[in-house]
Design a binder for this molecule. Sequence first.
Ligand SMILES: Cc1ncc(COP(=O)(O)O)c(C=O)c1O
Length: 392
Amino acid sequence: MINSPTTDSKQRKLNTNILEFINTINIPEFDPYYLYDAEIIRRNCLTLKAIPWENKSIHFASMANVNPDFLRIVKDEGVNIFVNSLGHMEHAMAAGFRAEQIIFTASALTEKTMRKLEMEGVQCNVDSPAQLAQWQRLFPTRPIGIRCNVGEKVDPQSTHAGFFIGKESRLGFTMEEINVIENKEIIKGLHLYVGTDIFDIDYFIQCYEVLAEIALAFPNLEYLNFGGGFGVSESGEQTFDWPDYYQRVTQLMEYVSGKMGRNIRLILEPGRIIGGEAGFFVCSVSDVKIRDDKRWVGVNASTVQFSRPLLYPDVAHHPVMVIRNGKEVLGDKKIITTVYGCSTYSRDIFSRKKPLPEIKIGDILVFGIAGSYSASSFSTFLGFPKPNEYFI
Ligand SMILES: Cc1ncc(COP(=O)(O)O)c(C=O)c1O
């Protein structure tokens, strides 16, 4: 696994604007909520847009966060959108994205979904030979993209949430399936998704290079879509090396465009990196239990409301900050603490065995890096309400 789980070795500090907002909402018995720093979302959009290759379009992956205000911020910054369901496509259109700003990539599309995408004029990437045949039967002259599994040509790495290329992945055309496509003229673009939360730029580039080689067989190719997967460090100790990425991806686009004799469009679908560190999940402490030398802290929330720790218990590590009387509790003395939700579900655990400062009933707990795959994966399981989301 190329991105082993991180633990909090360095305590994070809350920014003043976040602390001030939390203090304004700090009424007794407040309900859990999400808070986003819009400036961070904007800054991350600009970072992606600053890739020097001119012919590009950046599409935010809506599964990371589909809140209408979030989508509007992204749109205002000139970033487009990638969706993997008709439901999210509707959200995107409601937020003002035009059909040509939307990319749809999913798997096992029904005929009804294909007809809807074609009718709306949304750019689509299909996942298998049978899906391609179905599309061509329905719309013989309408160009389409294909998702590629380049795993045979690289050493596939497991990332958070498993393998996205190679034999372990169910997604994308295999090399053999790509080679035998008969009507290569109809293919407008190649799509790749390497994995998530990756810092290893060598690995990205190795996979991209394979896609660039495949591209040469497709005479009418317009774009290469390299997906997302840009790493966000939960401990705050690692940052994505954008200057290196900018330089290497631009070099690759120059190479492939030179070989094809025309300017190929670069498409990226960043999800987690756009809003991950902009978001916070805020709740309050309603129980504290001391068992031997360990502490269990219960909060007025459930992981069905902040679902990343529920969906990825082994890899989701979110920094935990404590607020009492309007101030952040820092302190050197740390106790190994597990934070749990207020249901009886055995997996209702927010964070496991982390060294945390003194915590009392009534304190506020703030989970960081909660802006991606958190509010968007809310579940009605267990019966807790959907938390409010605020933007500052
Ligand atoms: C096809 C595709 N593109 C982009 C993304 C966004 O990925 P990330 O949040 O890792 O950037 C995903 C996430 O699963 C995806 O499946």
